[in-house]
Design a binder for this molecule. Structure first.
Ligand SMILES: [Zn+2]
Length: 167
């Protein structure tokens, strides 16, 4: 394959994703606004706020949200299904949400090898599940949760902390 072909393909792919980003931006922004509003109401419960410490509501309000394609669910060798929901860049107060992940598609299910269904939602309604994701990222934004992008057990532990405290 020659280099020119690769460059053209990459540019075309980038233009496609920019085009689709512009199409869906308004509805994505609306969903995240609504979710952040609901998340703020959950934070008014002292038990939930205690998970994050002082100033959590303000930190949530000052956070910026962006949608980025970070890949669809993948089946690992052990049969578990993994998908990136969101990534927080604390130094930029930025929460990147996977455009192809369960935040926008809370009904998303993966299939385990052997045909067992996987639900990423823990049985929560979509609005509650989105709030769970935002609260998990808020934990990172507050510096309460350590980076867990490469440690799915730690990530699950943090999600369970939020589920216990806030739902
Ligand atoms: Zn995390």
């Amino acid at each position: 394959m020659n280099k020119a072909t690769i460059v053209i393909v990459v540019v075309a792919a980038a233009m496609n994703s920019m085009a689709s980003a512009q199409e869906s931006n308004a509805s994505e922004a609306a969903i995240v606004r609504e979710s952040a509003g609901y998340t703020a109401t959950l934070l008014r419960q002292p038990r939930c706020a205690a998970v994050f410490g002082e100033g959590a509501a303000d930190t949530l309000r000052s956070a910026e949200f962006r949608f980025v394609p970070m890949g669809k669910p993948k089946v690992r060798l052990d049969g578990t299904v993994v998908v990136v929901a969101a990534v927080t860049l604390r130094e930029f107060r930025l929460i990147l949400i996977n455009r192809d992940g369960p935040f926008l598609q809370p009904q998303m299910t993966g299939n385990r090898i052997g045909g067992l269904g996987v639900d990423f939602r823990f049985g929560l309604q979509p609005h509650a599940y989105r709030a769970l994701l935002l609260l998990h990222e808020l934990g990172h934004l507050m510096g309460k949760f350590k980076p867990d992008a490469s440690d799915s057990e730690l990530a699950t532990e943090y999600t369970n902390l939020v589920r216990k405290g806030c739902f």
